[in-house]
Design a protein around this ligand. Structure first.
Ligand SMILES: [Zn+2]
Length: 365
């Protein structure tokens, strides 16, 4: 088992290209080609977590938050980031971060929070656009099925709950092979006409490499004619923040108690209660108050998130309740999620959840 094998499973679930622009998810320290002795999963890769990885003989730490977020100009151990990075490098511990890309996908961190709250009909609050592409490829009749199936096999042609979606138009292709060419059909220097099919298939942008490779491998022509277009369509299962409905409306007090219970909270900071029942709830693990406008537009009764500032509570404008449940607390189930993703693929391989409680925020009640 190589570190790359672990990364491949994580990136299939949450492609790195889906992370936000400000983020730094991915392999931060270490070599993907190295053998993996064990995986330690944590919310934060701290110095104590690296020490735990050494003790438990895990040479890969999979963390939610990227320990290297901004550029490092020196690694001399003067800050907690430098100390952690130094210890990891000196001890041969790789660190992989899976962050906002995990927030943004269906089944990821935010939909995990939604399931903990008990929300149903959960959809992205701000769905991502321009993540969908369309491939047009021109194929001789003899190979149309082979090429289409290869593209489906690489993940193309999924629309909602439908697979193997394509559109096919018959026509005539023309070409004249030049000197040195090895045409599959036709002769050098002669204009050739061939009955061809134009196959149109959509696919998510992060599959582009594997889709094009599958198409090329299955296509008989020396020069494959194809067009690649980025679509403005949104993808319904990728986005920032999520929103869903409680099975039935509850009072604000009952909802606060419910949040306190399922997230094991000591305290919840929130904007003024509105005396309304709660049913539609928007959420975002970590700092998500930037979604307040989107949550209001979506008709959410509450936005459950963390790291809210004083003036942001005013921004609720008595039209929505903004609730801050704590950054660590909102993301605490991420390690369970990551263990589940890896366990499904790697079964009995050494996958451990860190026992270090990394939350730097303490409460004096
Ligand atoms: Zn966070």
């Amino acid at each position: 088992m190589r570190i790359a094998d672990i990364i491949q499973v994580l990136e299939k679930f949450a492609p790195p290209s889906l992370q936000e622009d400000f983020d730094n998810a991915g392999l931060l320290i270490g070599e993907a080609t190295a053998d993996c002795t064990g995986v330690l999963v944590t919310l934060d890769a701290t110095e104590a977590v690296i020490a735990e990885a050494i003790e438990k003989k895990c040479n890969l730490v999979v963390a939610y938050h990227p320990i290297i977020f901004k550029g490092l100009k020196r690694i001399t151990g003067k800050t907690y980031v430098e100390k952690t990075v130094l210890k990891a490098i000196c001890s041969g511990i790789a660190i992989y971060a899976i962050h906002t890309n995990l927030d943004n996908v269906q089944g990821g961190m935010n939909t995990k929070i939604a399931s903990v709250i008990g929300l149903q009909q959960v959809v992205p609050l701000i769905p991502k656009a321009a993540l969908l592409k369309k491939l047009f490829v021109f194929v001789p009749q003899t190979h149309k099925d082979q090429v289409r199936e290869a593209i489906f096999g690489a993940g193309g042609g999924h629309i909602g709950k439908y697979s193997d979606c394509s559109f096919n138009t018959e026509g005539t292709g023309t070409y004249k092979a030049g000197e040195g060419a090895q045409p599959f059909l036709g002769q050098i220097g002669q204009l050739h006409q061939e009955s061809e099919v134009r196959i149109e298939i959509v696919f998510p942008s992060w599959l582009e490499g594997s889709i094009l490779k599958a198409m090329m491998d299955a296509h008989p022509y020396e020069e494959v004619a194809y067009d690649l277009v980025t679509l403005d369509n949104v993808i319904g299962n990728v986005g920032s923040g999520w929103v869903g409905n409680l099975p039935e409306a509850v009072t604000e007090e009952a909802f606060l108690k419910h949040l306190k219970n399922v997230f094991h909270l000591k305290v919840i900071r929130h904007s003024p209660l509105l005396g309304k029942l709660v049913q539609k709830v928007a959420l975002c693990g970590g700092a998500g108050s930037f979604l307040l406008g989107a949550a209001r537009s979506a008709g959410a009764d509450w936005l459950v998130t963390a790291d809210c500032k004083y003036h942001e509570f005013f921004g609720a404008e008595d039209r929505i309740v903004l609730a801050d449940i704590g950054h660590y607390e909102s993301e605490q189930f991420t390690t369970d999620l990551l263990i589940d993703i890896l366990r499904e693929k790697f079964g009995t391989f050494a996958l451990l959840r860190s026992q270090v409680r990394t939350n730097p925020v303490h409460y004096f009640i």
